[in-house]
Design a protein around this ligand. Sequence first.
Ligand SMILES: [Zn+2]
Length: 197
Amino acid sequence: MVDYSKLLQNLEFVNISTDEFTIFEWKPPRSLKSYILDLNVVKQNPVSNIFFHIFRGNMKIVHIRSKNLIYTAGSNTEIQFQLLEALIEQVSKVFNEIYDIDSYIKYGNFSITVFNPFKDEINKIIKNFNSLDLVNEIMVPCRVCNTVLSITVKRSFIENSESYPVPLVYNHKGHAILCFIDKNYAVRGVELVNTTG
Ligand SMILES: [Zn+2]
């Protein structure tokens, strides 16, 4: 079993922003890095309710715009994008349970220090990630690598799907495979696919 809490030690930051400014940021202890330039890139994307994946230098960044907020998480390349998505989904769920963010934004005059205690919630999410049961690992053979790959799959992605099996592209080491996953997380087929972009 993958120790996701340990894997999430590769996390560089979690940011929650409005279009104007950051209202919350989590970074690992002792990190002095700034991600303002990365967040400026993220903010330029106006699309809502879709996860976007970007590479910035040797960092992976996932972001989503949902209601009035933009949620962003960055890590080194050890973490798969689906794990970052699952993390953001949980962060946004807990954040919205604790804070009535619409009221804060509507009335405007709040200090972002009210969100500081949320750092403990992020630490809790990371520490308890395995027990939250938000992701599954599937084992998929790749005939290019000639090995069996462990691919992290977000449970919400499978469970909210309208039809099965669900297609998922895994991009790795300069090539990509397309896997078909059924609702029991069994892999029903794997194809090598060409990609461009
Ligand atoms: Zn491969």
